[in-house]
Write a protein that binds this ligand. Structure first.
Ligand SMILES: Cc1cc2nc3c(=O)[nH]c(=O)nc-3n(C[C@H](O)[C@H](O)[C@H](O)COP(=O)(O)OP(=O)(O)OC[C@H]3O[C@@H](n4cnc5c(N)ncnc54)[C@H](O)[C@@H]3O)c2cc1C
Length: 445
C-alpha cells in the first residue's frame, strides 16, 4: 500500500451502517486541511454512552458515535484536562521546532458541532454493577455502555520513590506536557560536552519507534548546538525494535551525528536528583553513568483505576485484554480502547483512532440489536523525524484473524510484515506534516 492510499484510508471505517448525514465544509482553527464537517442527524438509534479520556482514542470515539449514531445517542466525554496536548510530534518540542501550544487541541468542535456532552473532571472509581462512575470532584455519572480511553500510567524505576521525581528532576516526557518543556529546558541549559542519557523500557510501551526517534532528533540538535555532547541510549530490549535499518544508519552517523546505542540493559538504580543511572549490560557487567540530562522512559501500564475495577490483573498483565471485534473487556458493557487496551496492534495514536472507529461501529450495532462486524480492518502509520528536515515512515494494515481472535498483519501484505521507508528524506518529512494534520483533524474536528 502506498502512502497516499494510506492517508485516504485514515478516514475510512469498517462501519457503513447508516445513511450519511449532511455534509458541510468548514475551516479549521489550526490551519489543518479543511475537514468535511458532517452534521449528526436523527437515525432512530438511542443510548447513553460514557467515555473516559479525551485523547486520541476517546476524542475520535466521541465524534464517530455522534456522526454515525446520530442525535439519539447521548455521548458524554469525561476528560480531566481542559484541552489535549498531542504526544505525537512532541519530540520536536525538545529541539525547539514546535511549542506545546502548537500541539494543543480543544474540544469545542466535539461539543459545539457534534453535540458531545463534555465533563471536565477525573473519574476516580468505576462501578460496573451499578453502571456508573464516580468523579473525583464528587458526583456520579450513569451509562448504558462505558468506554475507557485513559491512556497509560508510568512505573517508578528502581531507586525512585515518587512520581514527582519525573516532574521535577528527570522527566520521562512520555506524556506531552510540562515534563516535555522541562526536558527541553534541561537540554538547553546543559553544558556542551555533557551526555544525554535516554533509557527505553521493555516492550510493549507507547509508540515503539518513539524513543529511537527521540534519540535521533536530540542527537541532531546537539550536533548543531552542543557538538561536544552525545546521546547514550540504554535499551532494555535486545535490539532496536522497529525500523532497524533506518535507526541503525542514523545512529552510526549517516546524518551527521552519532548515537551510542547499548541494547540489553537492565536499570538497577536511578538517582533523579544526581541524574545518575546504574545498569547491567547485555553481558551482565555493571556500569554507572552520570548524565548531563537523564531522560528515563519508564515501563507503562493501564491506569490503576482499571485494575481496581477488575478489568485487568496488575500482577500478571500491564493492560486490559479486549475482544478486538468490539473492544469490549471481560466486563460486559465496558469497552477499552487506545493504549490502555492489550491487543496485537502497537500502542499508537493512529491505532487508537482506528480502534475507536471499530468500537463505535460495534456499540452502534449493539444498540440496534445487530451483530458486530466480523472482519474489522485497522491501519497504522508512524512518521519519524530523523533530523530537523528528514523523516522515515512505517505502516501496517491489520485484519481480524478469526482463528486466533487477534488483529494480524495479513500474510499477503508485503510478505506479512509492516512496510517502512527505505531511508529518511525531506519528502517524507513533508508527508509527515500532512499525515499528522489529517490524523488530528480526524480525531478532534
Ligand atoms: C514522544 C511520542 C511520540 C509519539 N509519536 C507517535 C506517532 O508518530 N504516531 C502515533 O500513532 N503515535 C505516536 N505516539 C503514541 C500516541 O501518543 C499514543 O499512543 C496515544 O496518545 C494513545 O492514545 P490514548 O487515547 O490511548 O491515550 P492519550 O492520548 O494519552 O489520552 C488519554 C486521555 O485520558 C485522560 N484521562 C486519563 N485518566 C483519566 C481519568 N481518570 N478521568 C478523566 N480523564 C482521564 C488523559 O488526561 C488524556 O487526555 C507517540 C507518543 C510519544 C510519547
Amino acid at each position: 500500500m502506498n502512502r497516499r492510499k494510506f492517508l485516504e484510508m485514515l478516514a475510512a471505517s469498517s462501519a457503513g451502517l447508516l445513511t450519511l448525514p449532511t455534509v458541510l465544509m468548514a475551516d479549521d482553527d489550526k490551519g489543518l486541511p479543511s475537514a468535511l464537517f458532517q452534521v449528526p442527524t436523527q437515525t432512530g438509534i438511542s443510548g447513553n454512552i460514557l467515555i473516559v479520556g479525551g485523547g486520541m482514542a476517546g476524542a475520535t470515539l466521541a465524534k464517530y458515535l455522534r456522526l454515525w449514531g446520530g442525535t439519539g445517542v447521548k455521548v458524554t466525554l469525561v476528560e480531566k484536562q481542559p484541552s489535549y496536548t498531542s504526544n505525537i510530534m512532541s519530540n520536536k518540542v525538545l529541539t525547539g521546532q514546535m511549542s506545546l501550544a502548537d500541539l494543543n487541541y480543544g474540544y469545542d468542535t466535539l461539543t459545539g458541532h457534534y453535540g458531545v456532552q463534555r465533563v471536565q473532571g477525573e473519574v476516580k472509581a468505576i462501578n460496573p454493577a451499578g453502571k456508573s462512575v464516580t468523579l473525583a470532584m464528587g458526583g456520579t455519572l450513569a451509562y448504558d455502555r462505558l468506554v475507557l480511553a485513559p491512556g497509560l500510567e508510568f512505573d517508578l524505576l528502581p531507586g525512585m520513590t515518587s512520581q514527582s521525581e519525573y516532574d521535577q528532576f528527570t522527566p520521562h516526557a512520555w506524556r506531552a506536557g510540562p515534563q516535555t518543556q522541562l526536558l527541553r529546558d534541561q537540554l538547553v541549559a546543559m553544558p556542551n560536552g555533557r551526555e544525554v542519557v535516554i533509557t527505553i523500557p521493555k516492550a510493549p510501551y507507547r509508540c515503539p519507534p518513539g524513543p529511537y526517534e527521540r534519540a535521533c532528533v536530540v542527537a541532531d540538535w546537539l550536533a548543531d548546538n552542543k557538538p561536544a555532547s552525545r546521546v547514550i541510549v540504554l535499551d532494555a530490549n535486545p535490539a532496536i525494535l522497529v525500523e532497524q535499518e533506518n535507526f541503525s544508519a542514523a545512529f552510526r552517523g549517516d546524518f551527521g551525528y552519532i548515537v551510542d546505542y547499548r541494547p540489553g540493559c537492565t536499570l538497577t538504580a536511578v538517582n533523579s536528583r544526581a541524574r545518575s543511572v546504574t545498569y547491567t549490560n547485555a553481558k551482565g557487567s555493571s556500569h554507572a553513568i552520570q548524565a548531563g540530562v537523564l531522560n528515563p522512559i519508564p515501563p507503562q501500564r493501564a491506569p490503576k483505576l482499571l485494575a481496581d475495577a477488575g478489568l485487568y490483573n496488575p500482577a500478571a498483565e500491564m493492560s486490559v485484554p479486549v475482544n478486538v471485534l468490539s473492544y469490549e473487556s471481560r466486563l460486559k458493557g465496558i469497552h477499552v480502547i487506545g493504549d490502555a487496551s492489550n491487543t496485537t496492534q502497537p500502542k499508537a495514536g493512529h491505532i487508537g483512532n482506528q480502534q475507536a472507529k471499530t468500537c463505535a461501529d460495534a456499540i452502534l450495532r449493539a444498540l440496534q440489536g445487530k451483530a458486530v462486524d466480523p472482519a474489522p480492518v485497522t491501519n497504522s502509520a508512524c512518521y519519524t523525524p530523523i533530523t530537523a528536515t528528514t523523516a522515515t515512515w512505517l505502516s501496517a494494515v491489520y485484519q481480524y484473524d478469526a482463528e486466533k481472535g487477534i488483529m494480524k498483519i495479513p500474510a499477503r501484505h508485503h510478505g506479512g510484515g509492516a512496510i517502512s521507508a527505505s531511508r529518511a528524506t525531506t519528502e517524507n518529512y513533508k508527508d509527515m506534516q500532512v499525515w499528522f494534520s489529517t490524523l488530528m483533524a480526524d480525531s478532534f474536528t
